[in-house]
Design a protein. Structure first.
Length: 479
């Protein structure tokens, strides 16, 4: 449903909780982060939001966003809560308040703190008020857009047709290769459109349908559970924060990429703008055949500790892996029109096209010279608001292009996506001007490349520049 009046919802949580606990003589109970971490399953789910502790276990079955509520159970969900929920939701959360967070030495890596920008007059609060007003005035549901359902049907139909055409339709390798190419395009479209919205909780109001759309990624070969851990928990909460965001670095040393001046330089980095153009094509291969299993058995994705697997998610993980291996590998090998060598070539075409499209469309959003990269203080703080950090660490491209909005799944409106990840991407062209207006009122810069190709050129130009040992960033990019 569209957001309601936010006047009360925007009030300070401290004041509301004080009113809820009025008349009691006991001081709020204190919990350490280590104590909260013990409650990290859907059956026992505690959250930290703005240094307050909430036991939302009883609300888990009724959560409108389904499994999104425990994506970081037992941890600090401040940034995720603020960005995914309308302002009125704070009043719902207050009902589950059980105490305050007690900071301890060593919490710096667990509780990352930004300046508070959830106050009226601050950039992010003004953005939320303006965008929620836009949805309310237009009587629109942020998670429901008719074009999204049409896209889903077209993409899934394309997957089925191109899969059949790649392996079973003809013995002509050239024709099959053409189908394999478009199979890769359709797989990438699942990645940037269907599963991307669904795994952000931004696709419809039916939890069962939402989960089914989340699993389209699993059926395509990669794990939606692992994707949420890396992309939602790690990347969205702490975008471009060195040592925290797994999307900008995953290896503690000898990483194949260097994307900012804070990272160590290796002898091969001056050539990264050349070899990464090819290596990006391996992204889908790597995700399907290696990364998910590494994360499952190691319990880590970069610096992100993977959440405990509930039984249902474990069944989905292994069940869809088996399904994918059966229809994508076994059946073509057993009943397809091509020998093993040609089949492997067709799979390679599909996976490289998928990898290139996904890498290019995601990388131009955060790894260009015009965005900022951040380092935490020793206390685990960033000296700016979270909303401002998203604006500074994201770049848009091709505003006004319906083709790129649909083909990129709204990634051409990256700022809108990061500030409002729970909104269907089909609305981004509508809310981006609202955000830009608020940014201008606050004197904040908003980076937009005129075309996708100019953004892609900026990405490889940045890789070339930062790959040099003597690279000195511009003042604009220093976080």
């Amino acid at each position: 449903m569209p957001p309601r009046d936010t006047t009360v919802a925007a009030a300070a949580a401290d004041d509301r909780i004080a009113s809820l606990t009025a008349g009691t003589s006991d001081a709020p109970r204190k919990y350490t982060a280590a104590q909260v971490e013990k409650h990290s399953t859907p059956e026992d789910c505690w959250l930290i939001v703005h240094e307050k502790v909430y036991d939302v276990t009883s609300f888990v079955p009724r959560h409108p966003g389904g499994n999104m509520i425990w994506v970081k159970a037992g941890g600090d969900c401040t940034q995720l809560f603020d960005s995914y929920h309308p302002l009125r939701t704070q009043m719902v959360l207050d009902k589950y308040y059980i105490g305050e967070l007690q900071r301890e030495t060593g919490d710096e890596g667990k509780i990352i703190t930004y300046n508070d920008d959830m106050k009226k007059g601050k950039f992010y609060m003004d953005c939320k008020l303006a965008v929620e007003k836009w949805f309310k005035d237009g009587k629109k549901d942020p998670r429901v857009h008719p074009e999204m359902y049409v896209k889903t049907f077209v993409i899934l139909a394309g997957i089925a047709i191109c899969h059949y055409g790649s392996f079973f339709y003809t013995s002509s390798f050239l024709v099959s290769a053409a189908f394999a190419f478009f199979h890769g395009v359709c797989k990438a479209e699942i990645g940037v459109s269907i599963q991307h919205d669904a795994n952000h909780g931004a696709y419809g109001n039916n939890k069962f349908f939402l989960h089914a759309m989340q699993l389209t990624l699993d059926v395509a070969g990669a794990s939606s559970f692992m994707w949420r851990q890396q992309h939602v928990v790690g990347h969205h909460a702490y975008t471009n924060v060195e040592g925290v965001d797994p999307d900008i670095r995953c290896s503690p040393e000898k990483d194949i990429r260097r994307v900012n001046e804070h990272q160590p330089h290796e002898a091969y980095h001056p050539f990264q703008h050349v070899y990464l153009a090819l290596a990006y094509g391996l992204l889908s291969f790597k995700s399907c055949f290696a990364d998910d299993f590494n994360a499952y058995f190691s319990g880590k994705i970069g610096w992100v500790n993977v959440a405990k697997f509930p039984p249902g998610e474990a069944v989905a993980f292994w069940g869809t892996k088996a399904l994918w291996a059966t229809y994508y590998l076994y059946l073509p090998a057993r009943y397809g029109m091509h020998g093993v060598g040609r089949m492997a070539a067709l799979i390679t075409i599909t996976e490289f096209v998928t990898g290139w499209l996904l890498a290019f469309m995601f990388q131009v959003a955060h790894v260009v010279g015009e965005v900022r990269f951040f380092q935490l203080s020793k206390e685990g703080r960033l000296n700016l608001g979270w909303g401002e950090s998203q604006l500074y660490s994201s770049a848009d491209f091709a505003h006004g292009s319906r083709f790129w909005t649909h083909f990129s799944g709204g990634l051409n409106y990256q700022v809108a996506h990061h500030l409002f990840p729970g909104v269907c991407h089909c609305y981004y062209p509508d809310i981006a001007p609202v955000i830009m207006k608020v940014a201008k009122e606050h004197g904040l810069e908003y980076c937009v490349y005129p075309t996708f190709w100019s953004a892609l050129s900026a990405h490889f130009r940045h890789l070339k520049n930062v790959g040099q040992k003597a690279y000195v960033p511009s003042l604009q990019t220093v976080g």
